[in-house]
Write a protein that binds this ligand. Structure first.
Ligand code: NAD
Ligand code: UFG
Length: 334
């Protein structure tokens, strides 16, 4: 297939592009490089053997977006482009609503105008909202868009609704919504990994910067939760497993909206992933226990059974793989 990947120079998009090229697809990336670097294209070429075409386009620019669509005949779109920092979304909500929602509307309009009707959308476990004790194992039948805790999460819940409505109005439109849990790790080549512009917000990119000495110490946000070791638990999924889920979603795409969790089904605590990182790297990280972070939920874990049954997809890589691949990538960053 000829596939347009929006946000394809970013973390998950670049890893997915590699898997798409390896599987024989032709890929074009559309990205405004607001949170990624153009050099990723060369790395993709080294790893996958082919450089994707590149449109340096901001999805907020409808004319440029449509022009890119008219310049090629895409069979499908995988839509990663968006802003994703939870804390920043609380400070700059309008920017998040504009970028994520208007960007998606422009994309959908350009798809409609050029008769492209297959979409895969990057959603997030955050759409399940704060469900108290019920957060532990989330499945696709649960309600979403209730008690969502930040504007970023609301953009995902709202975009899911927009996609449902677009499918409702066009019986031939095929949309797959993938709800990611916590993506971590790097391609096993060690050539690409998570490399956000600016100060990172997520656990692993912070651990990586502490390891490299670029951030003085790691703060673990709370060790007084009602969990086995007191720290929060998350479903950490290797980014390559996640990337492969998109290939399966493409293969099984069908008219209407299909929704799948992409997670491992296993919760790992913050303390235990940090301990594993120290053990495998052989380096003790400067760290302290801090206060709970506002808005954090105690434990979040996917029920990934639907993706296994319907897509034949299952996460295969372990936390050890995540850390070894991350360290290989860091070795190339030093
Ligand atoms: P990322 O920031 O590395 O990649 C997103 C890419 O989109 C970046 O390259 C950025 O430059 C581009 N972009 C942003 N706004 C754009 C616009 N208006 N026009 C064109 N390009 C634009 O993020 P990621 O971690 O790879 O996430 C990809 C997708 O997955 C996002 O939609 C994110 O919300 C979603 N997601 C991520 C996580 C996570 O923890 N990483 C979890 C759940 C869902
Ligand atoms: N954490 C720390 N110290 C840090 C950073 C994070 O202890 O410096 C802890 C957090 O408190 C949390 C865990 O590590 O318990 C994971 O935090 P992240 O910020 O890495 O990830 P979140 O689970 O908060 O959020 C992620 C994505 C969201 C997505 C959500 C879905 O960033 O986009 O998963 O579950 F919506």
């Amino acid at each position: 297939m000829n596939i347009l990947v929006t946000g394809g120079t970013g973390y998950i998009g670049s890893h997915t592009t590699i898997e798409l090229i390896k599987a024989g697809h032709t890929v074009a990336i559309m990205d405004n490089l607001s949170n990624s670097k153009i050099e990723v294209l060369d790395k993709i070429e080294i790893i996958a053997g082919k450089k994707p075409a590149f449109f340096p386009v901001d999805l907020l620019d409808f004319d440029a977006t449509l022009k890119a669509f008219k310049s090629s005949r895409f069979d499908a779109v995988i839509h990663f482009a968006g802003l994703k920092a939870v804390g920043e979304s609380v400070e700059k909500p309008l920017w998040y609503y504009e970028n994520n929602i208007e960007g998606t509307i422009n994309l959908l309009k350009a798809m409609k105008e050029t008769d492209v009707s297959k979409l895969i959308f990057s959603s997030s476990a955050t759409v399940y909202g704060d469900r108290g004790e019920d957060s532990a194992r989330l499945n696709e039948t649960m309600t979403t868009g209730v008690n969502v805790t930040n504007p970023y999460g609301w953009t995902k819940a709202m975009i899911e609704q927009i996609i449902r409505d677009v499918c409702g109005a066009d019986p031939k439109f095929e949309a797959t919504v993938l709800r990611y849990f916590n993506p971590v790790g790097a391609d096993k080549s060690g050539l690409i990994g998570e490399d956000p512009n600016g100060i990172p917000n997520n656990l692993m990119p912070i651990v990586m910067k502490v390891y490299l000495g670029k951030i003085p110490e790691l703060t673990i946000f709370g060790d007084d939760y009602d969990t086995e070791d007191g720290s929060c638990e998350r479903d950490f999924i290797h980014v390559t497993d996640l990337a492969k889920g998109h290939l399966k979603a493409l293969e099984h795409s069908k008219p209407g909206v299909s929704v799948y969790n992409l997670g491992t089904g296993k919760a790992t605590s913050v303390l235990s992933i940090v301990n594993a990182f120290e053990k495998i790297s052989g380096k003790t990280l400067p760290k302290k226990i801090g206060r709970r972070r506002a808005g954090d939920l105690k434990s979040i874990c996917a029920d990934p059974e639907k993706a296994e049954k319907e897509l034949g997809w299952k996460a295969e890589l372990s936390i050890e793989d995540v850390i070894e691949d991350t360290l290989r990538y860091l070795g190339n960053c030093e």
